[in-house]
Each structure stands twice: as structure tokens, then as C-alpha cells.
Design a protein around this ligand. Structure first.
Ligand code: FPP
Length: 253
């Protein structure tokens, strides 16, 4: 069956987030160093970006480097950063041809100068695009993000700009890195691991999860579309009953 043509484009997830996992194990299986897996992972990044843009996904977020990833061997961290610079430099033209805007979440100020420069150039050169937004999570973790948001809210309270009683979910949400994006509707994780690993903890409150055993470098467009088809089989109730949903209540989330 042609997976893509089975997708109901009137019921697409607006925002898909992906935890790209399994590069190291994939490389090990080939008797190669871990970085070989990361290099081959770029093909899967391209495949999923194209697969998402082709069906009309609005936001695609990729977990590319977590705050915990700094603890990996120095050689691997350096290679990942170099790969990032190289990939962004190579892909800007294709992003522009496909009207895709590149953005980032995370503490990017701590990235090595060359990586930060490449990222900023990539974002600047695609800022005018109005199609899909491709968001790279770089030096990102949810606990870092929520701690930072809390500090900012506390500072506004201290300055007398905000009363503690005025703090609600919207106040927190507006201080998150993702304040400009809708919450992910679907989260995909490759390589058989079934956990969130400090990724979008607040934002995934009502997200559907899809886990595939396929290692990231082997992920193809069909795997992305398979996840969308599975998503379309699910009923999202937002804490309500099925009957309420059938009566077309607007979810109060
Ligand atoms: C997880 O696999 C993967 C990463 C930490 C890095 C992901 C990076 C890429 C796919 C390359 C470049 C990306 C962009 C957006 C240009 P792992 O190393 O944790 O695998 P393992 O669990 O098998 O060890």
C-alpha cells in the first residue's frame, strides 16, 4: 500500500517532534565508530523533513543535542558539532527551495562559535520562508527550560511587574522556548527506547507517542508516514469521554 496516499490531510498533526535515537548502536552493528552513525543519521533527518513538508506538517522539531550530550566523549561532541555546521551549510538551499524556515530551541549561546554562527546564518537565510518550520533542539533539555522560565517569572515578581496570584499556565507557557509553537500532537522516537529523556516535558502533556524499533539512520519517509497513519487511528480525548468528543465539545486544555 502507498502509505502517503492513505494519509487524511484534513487531520494532520500540526506539530511533530522526533527523538532521533540509535545512531551509535546502528554504527556498532556495522563495526564502525559512533560518529559514522551520526553521519548516516543526516540522511534520515533529510527524509523526515521532506516527508513532513510533502504532506503539509506545519512544525517539525528534532532533538539534535541535549544538555546531557556534553557528557559524551569529547571527540564525539566535536564531531557532532562539526556535522551540524556542515549539514546546515549544505541544506539551506534545499530549505529555501521548499519554503522551510529553520529555527532552534535550547541554550544555543553555549554552542561552539562556528556552530552558533552556522546556525544563526541558517536561521537568517530561511527566516522569510512561510511553509513548514523546522526546529532544532540544540543544547536543550526540558528541566533547563522550565528552570529558566521559573527564574524569569520570579524576576518579574521581584520587580513588582507580576503578582504570584496572576501566575497561571499561560504565564509559564509564555516563558518556554516553544512559546511561538503549538504543543506537539505527535512524538516519534526511534531505536526501540520508550522514554522522553528530558524532551518537551511540559509541551507533551497531551501528545500521542509513537515508538519504532528502527535505528535512526535506517529511518525512511515511509516510517514517518507510518507514524502519521498510526496517529490518525488514535482518539485524542484530552481528559474527556468518547461520547463528549462525539458531541463536538471543544477540549478544555
Ligand atoms: C542519538 O543517537 C542521536 C544523537 C544524539 C544526535 C542526532 C544527530 C544527528 C542525526 C545528526 C545531525 C543532525 C542534524 C539536525 C543536522 P545515539 O548516539 O544516542 O545512539 P545510541 O542510543 O545507539 O547510542
Amino acid at each position: 500500500m502507498d502509505l502517503k496516499s492513505g494519509i487524511d490531510v484534513s487531520r494532520l498533526p500540526q506539530h511533530v517532534a522526533i527523538i532521533m535515537d540509535g545512531n551509535g548502536r546502528w554504527a556498532k552493528g556495522q563495526g564502525m565508530p559512533r560518529i559514522y552513525g551520526h553521519h548516516n543519521g543526516v540522511k534520515a533527518v533529510r527524509a523526515c523533513t521532506e516527508a513532513a513538508a510533502e504532506i503539509g506538517i506545519r512544525y517539525l522539531t528534532l532533538y539534535a543535542f541535549s544538555t546531557e550530550n556534553w557528557n559524551r566523549p569529547e571527540q564525539e561532541v566535536n564531531a557532532l558539532m562539526a556535522l551540524l555546521v556542515e549539514t546546515i551549510g549544505q541544506e539551506v538551499k534545499t530549505l529555501n527551495e521548499n519554503n522551510i524556515r529553520l529555527e532552534a530551541i535550547g541554550d544555543i549561546s553555549a554552542l561552539p562559535a562556528a556552530s552558533l554562527q552556522a546556525l544563526k546564518k541558517g536561521m537568517r537565510d530561511t527566516a522569510q520562508n512561510t511553509g513548514m518550520t523546522l526546529i532544532l533542539a540544540l543544547n536543550y533539555s526540558s528541566r533547563w527550560e522550565i528552570t529558566r522560565a521559573t527564574r524569569q517569572i520570579a524576576s518579574r515578581v521581584k520587580q513588582g511587574l507580576l503578582h504570584p496570584d496572576q501566575i497561571d499556565e499561560h504565564t509559564v507557557q509564555s516563558e518556554l522556548e516553544t512559546h511561538n509553537y503549538p504543543d506537539p500532537d505527535l512524538l516519534i522516537r526511534s531505536s526501540g527506547e520508550q522514554r522522553l529523556s528530558n524532551f518537551l516535558l511540559w509541551q507533551c502533556a497531551y501528545t500521542e507517542f509513537y515508538f519504532t524499533p528502527v535505528f535512526w539512520p535506517d529511518i525512511q519517509k515511509k516510517d514517518f508516514w507510518q507514524a502519521i497513519l498510526e496517529y490518525q487511528q488514535r482518539e485524542r480525548r484530552y481528559g474527556m469521554t468518547s461520547d463528549q468528543l462525539m458531541m463536538d465539545h471543544t477540549p478544555n486544555i
